[in-house]
Design a protein around this ligand. Sequence first.
Ligand code: CO
Length: 138
Amino acid sequence: MKIKRIDHVAIASALPDEARSLFTELMGIEYTGCDPVEREGVNTHFFRVGESNLEVLEPLGADSTVARFLEKRGSGLHHISLAVEGLDDFVVHLKTKGIQFTSEEPGIGAHGKRIIFIHPKSAGGVLLELCEEQTGTE
Ligand code: CO
């Protein structure tokens, strides 16, 4: 098990179209598409930056966690995602060290990746996502 890279930095945005035109038109960053995650009530927009990505989170409904985030704090940094090899072992390892997660088990996020979030109180105030390709080949 190891951390491979920063997979993406996610920004919750009340104005996703503005974020998109900033990144693509003004900064020349490649837009690689969107992937709605219905279970979380969020649409995810991805922009490739080298080996990593920027992810813009757009709420799909008023009761989504991202809608509540925007209501409370406005647009801003939402989470940082680390690509992990051996996710399940990593979660067990961290749990034995007392690290708290926002769910018991990994779920399925954008692009079918397995994801789980470390609670901000266990990660210096930052919501930290761990993600792994389903195939385990990446
Ligand atoms: Co993410």
